[in-house]
Design a protein around this ligand. Structure first.
Ligand code: PEP
Ligand code: MG
Length: 549
């Protein structure tokens, strides 16, 4: 047994087989197959198709680009037929009973790495060729459709790091746990793992990736941040007890369903949930949240190949509003840039993306995208209680511009006789120090504030939230961050503006009392944290002197 230590992102345990994440053009999942012969036949058919495609390309290159340039495709055809390469793929299908796509991707990674480490320059260059033919083979397999005889296998996904879009494409039903070599606690990857209820440990170090192979047994403890490779019997037993404890605690928390979020002295607070898509509504209701305090709408854009149309967005927003049946839903307008990149947006590469063109800055410079989203939001507002929230605000003028576009969109809908809700609340995120400092000027313009502590911490302390090496420097309990929140609460309330917190700090139970004493009206957290937060709120007595924790 080997133990790796990282940071636990979501406190839950898991025991299962490893699946090393393959970064191919199309996401490749590990799937257990029942009929090996059928899978080998699929592979053969895909190989024949790939060879046919390459032959055509070679002939075309021969005609149009000459013999020398066509040669590489001849090499690709030979590589596709290479005995070692093929034996490794079929061997993996036969011994591990996995789908052909996964076997090709795994073998491709292994061979590509082997070539990349060779002395000879010519051989080193073959690494890219291996990836190239493998991607083609995977595409041919995907085009031919998957085998029917499959059981989705939940595995522990092991990766260097994962982009938010990669987690989304993996899908919750395939992931037993996540382990990454790098990554930081406030990254969107960590946030997604939390909101998807996935036990996760990040930052276990590079050597982990060198030692892990597909199918290895792993035990993961999101409580302690430990990952056990080939766990011994005692460890499996210990973690199994933890698994049972987690389930028992969940059951206990369910007893809090239907109870109020009220302190011992009678102060009521809203506890809402953060979501990334309509598919989380079940979790939100299951955990009895008062509403949705943050719907990160950018995940609609991250999950699709092209810009989502007005109709697609309308139907997603409507589904969330109808699903929440009259409870308030705050949908944040597109917040991409920084760590949330979308290929089809073709954003320029920036030296400092977190300080660059992101969120509202993109919306205000690409009004057609902003208008489409606002049209969809207003149309959906007829089906529930909607709040629209703008991210990354730093100035009064930005808010005024947003409000002006909202007015234009509403006029446009009026002109088309399209129905929208009577009163859609407008809010902004307080996630830059600038917004907190001028919150007295911003509060009269909007109905609510929501403090984004992830970005507020990053920008106040000059600590990149993606950088896992900053440790104690990135202290979200830093007095400067807390003072900015307190100042925003004061300014909000002086203007009858509601204020909540939707950053990860909202789930930090050691700060709940501090936030309540400041006068925060609402906390919005990942669905699994709603009931633990209710439990904490119900234990606080604001009449007594502060005793956080
Ligand atoms: C935040 O910054 O705290 C926040 C809630 O927004 P995001 O994490 O999506 O940047
Ligand atoms: Mg933010």
């Amino acid at each position: 047994m080997v133990v790796y230590k990282g940071k636990g992102v979501y406190a839950a345990a898991a025991i299962g087989r490893a699946s090393v994440f393959k970064r191919h053009t199309a996401p490749v999942s590990r799937v257990s197959i029942g009929d090996i012969a059928a899978e080998l036949a699929r592979l053969e058919a895909a190989k024949a198709l790939a060879t046919e495609q390459l032959t055509e390309i070679r002939d075309k290159a021969l005609k149009e680009a000459g013999e020398e340039n066509a040669e590489i495709f001849g090499i690709h055809i030979m590589m596709l037929d290479d005995e070692d390469y093929n034996d490794s793929i079929t061997g993996m299908i036969e011994t591990q009973k996995v789908n052909a796509e996964y076997a090709v991707a795994a073998v491709s990674d292994k061979f590509a790495e082997m070539f990349a480490n060779m002395e000879d320059e010519y051989m080193r260059a073959r690494s890219a060729d291996i990836r190239d033919i493998s991607d083609r083979l995977i595409a041919c397999l995907t085009d031919s459709g998957g085998t029917d005889d499959v059981t989705a296998e939940k595995t522990v996904i092991c990766a260097d790091d994962l982009a938010p879009s990669e987690i989304v494409s993996l899908g919750k039903d395939r992931v037993l746990a996540l382990v990454t070599a790098f990554g930081s606690l406030n990254s969107h990857t960590a946030i997604l793992a939390r909101s998807m209820n996935i036990p996760a440990v990040i930052g276990v170090g590079e050597e982990f990736l060198g030692s892990i192979a597909d199918g290895d047994m792993l035990a993961v403890s999101g409580h302690t941040g430990e990952v056990f490779l080939s766990p011994d019997e005692a460890t499996v037993k210990r973690l199994s007890v933890k698994l049972e404890e987690d389930a028992r605690r969940k059951k206990l928390l369910r007893e809090l369903k239907g109870r109020e979020n009220v302190t011992l002295d009678g102060t009521t607070i809203g506890i809402c949930a953060n979501i990334d898509g309509a598919e989380s509504i079940g979790d939100v209701l299951e955990n009895d949240a008062d509403g949705i305090g943050l719907f990160r709408s950018e995940f609609l854009y991250l999950g699709s190949e092209a810009l989502p149309t007005e109709e697609q967005q309308f139907s997603a927003y409507r589904k969330v509003l109808e699903g929440m049946a009259g409870r308030r839903v705050i949908i944040r307008t597109l917040d991409i840039g920084a760590d949330k990149q979308i290929d089809h947006f073709k954003l320029d590469k920036e030296e400092n993306p977190a300080l660059g063109l992101r969120a509202i800055r993109i919306c205000l410079t690409r009004p057609e995208i902003f208008r489409t989203q606002l049209r969809a939001l207003y149309r959906a507002s007829a089906f529930g209680r909607l709040g629209i929230m703008f991210p990354m605000i730093t100035s009064v003028s930005e808010v005024e511009q947003c409000l002006a576009v909202c007015d234009e969109v509403k006029k446009e809908l009026d002109g088309e006789d399209v129905r929208y809700g009577g009163h859609t609340e407008i809010g902004i995120m307080i996630e830059t120090p600038a917004a907190a400092v001028i919150s007295d000027k911003l509060a009269p313009l909007v109905d609510f504030f929501s403090v984004g502590t992830n970005d507020l911490t990053q920008y106040t302390l000059a600590c990149d939230r993606q950088n896992d090496k900053l440790g104690a420097f990135a202290d979200p309990h830093h007095e400067a961050v807390l003072r900015l929140i307190e100042m925003s609460v004061r300014n909000a309330h002086a203007n009858n503006t509601r204020i909540g917190i939707c950053g990860e700090l909202a789930a930090d139970l050691t700060l709940t009392e501090t936030f309540l004493r400041m006068g925060i009206d609402e906390l919005s957290v990942s669905p699994p944290y709603v009931l633990p937060l209710r439990e904490r709120v119900r234990s606080i007595d604001l009449r007594c002197p502060e005793n956080a924790g």
